[in-house]
Design a protein around this ligand. Structure first.
Ligand SMILES: Cc1cc2nc3c(=O)[nH]c(=O)nc-3n(C[C@H](O)[C@H](O)[C@H](O)COP(=O)(O)OP(=O)(O)OC[C@H]3O[C@@H](n4cnc5c(N)ncnc54)[C@H](O)[C@@H]3O)c2cc1C
Length: 330
């Protein structure tokens, strides 16, 4: 690991100043950043420790939503009574990821900004990776790509976003609150991540030294009947091949609103309005759930090794919809 500077910030203002002065990265739980530093993928000049900023509260907002500090740990959020009762899909998504020990360290802000698990990015032995070495090419396009993207990718990069939590947040229309040298702003999670285009090393809309201070969940009519389903090579300690967060509202037996987001298939959590449109205004019969599942995966562009994820995705969407419909009756 290369030598780096280290500063511990006592306030949000301190942290932002230190990041501007040093050009360093924020250190939260360190479960992703430190790993990547150890194997030479990232070599920040300095780390700004943000673990003592007090951004650790989860509170109900006046509008009936929930405000979540960016320093709340993944465990604390998944197990919080407000989240378990009002946004069970978020709890399920977080608990499907990593391990208890990791979730105890990992924070909301760090989870949102964790980097892809593409092996060509994670291992410096590979020369080609446009994310790690812009302009070097993408080895995954013609190489190992069974876990890679079906949507939103391009010749420059086919890596997926690995976060389970972000998929549920996309389904719930969460908003990311950030603060930086030029003030505060709020970014809908569905706009927060950028697609690779010609610049795969740029993954989100954060500006230099901007700090994620909080997330906000709006009140959600879909959250009561919601489900997160994650399909992977083994049941624990593995990232998603395909995951699905779904939520439905039923009014007099008819679907009056629906939200569907996919994970493990794109460079960002992938909302699928086409599937949502199929669901709304109809009674939830099995044929219609399959119809939505087909729409969710339409437009997929499989790579040489991952065509199996298209059918896997359809089955996952169908099964998640069945589970969400059942969840509301419990
Ligand atoms: C073995 C293993 C298995 C895992 N399995 C899963 C899984 O199945 N599903 C899943 O979703 N995740 C999984 N993870 C990833 C885990 O969820 C992330 O490592 C974790 O959420 C990162 O949070 P952190 O607080 O430790 O972030 P850090 O490692 O501290 O930081 C990560 C990045 O976020 C930036 N950052 C952190 N906080 C802020 C902030 N407030 N504002 C701006 N920038 C910030 C840092 O500068 C850094 O770039 C796994 C990790 C490991 C090691």
């Amino acid at each position: 690991m290369k030598t780096f500077g280290f500063q511990r910030a006592a306030s949000v203002g301190d942290a932002i100043r230190a990041a501007v002065d040093t050009g360093g990265d924020y250190l939260a739980g360190g479960t992703n950043l430190v790993d990547l530093m150890k194997n030479g993928v990232l070599e920040p000049a300095a780390l700004v420790d943000i673990r003592r900023l007090g951004l650790t509260t989860v509170i109900e907002t006046a509008s009936g939503g929930v405000h979540i500090g960016s320093g709340v740990t993944n465990s604390a959020l998944a197990n919080h009574p407000l989240i378990r009762s009002q946004y069970p899909v978020l709890s399920q998504a977080i608990l499907s990821g990593a391990t208890t020990q990791l979730r105890n360290m990992a924070t909301v802000g760090g989870n949102l900004l964790q980097r892809t698990r593409c092996p060509y990015f994670m291992q410096t032995e590979f020369d080609q990776c446009n994310k790690r070495r812009p302009g070097s090419g993408c080895a995954a396009v013609g190489g190992f790509n069974r876990e890679h993207a079906l949507f939103g990718a391009g010749d420059a990069c086919v890596a997926t976003n690995p976060s389970d939590m972000a998929v549920a947040l996309a389904m719930l229309d969460a908003v990311v609150h950030v603060q930086g040298p030029d003030g505060s702003r709020s970014i809908p999670i569905t706009d927060f991540y950028t697609l690779p285009g010609d610049t795969p090393h740029i993954e989100n809309r954060l500006r230099p030294a901007e700090l994620i201070v909080a997330l906000e969940l709006p009140p959600s009519s879909c959250a009561a009947r919601s489900w997160y389903l994650k399909l992977r090579d083994r049941h624990s300690y593995a990232f998603a091949l395909v995951s699905v967060a779904v939520g439905l509202t039923l009014t007099d037996g008819v679907v009056s609103s629906a939200a569907v987001a996919l994970g493990g298939v794109a460079p960002r959590p992938w909302r699928v309005p086409a599937a949502e449109a199929v669901l709304v205004g109809r009674r939830p019969e099995d044929s219609m759930l399959w119809d939505a599942a087909h729409h969710a995966m339409s437009g997929a562009r499989p790579l040489s090794q991952n065509a199996f994820k298209v059918q896997l995705g359809r089955s996952a969407v169908h099964r998640a919809l069945v589970r969400a419909l059942g969840a509301g009756d419990q």
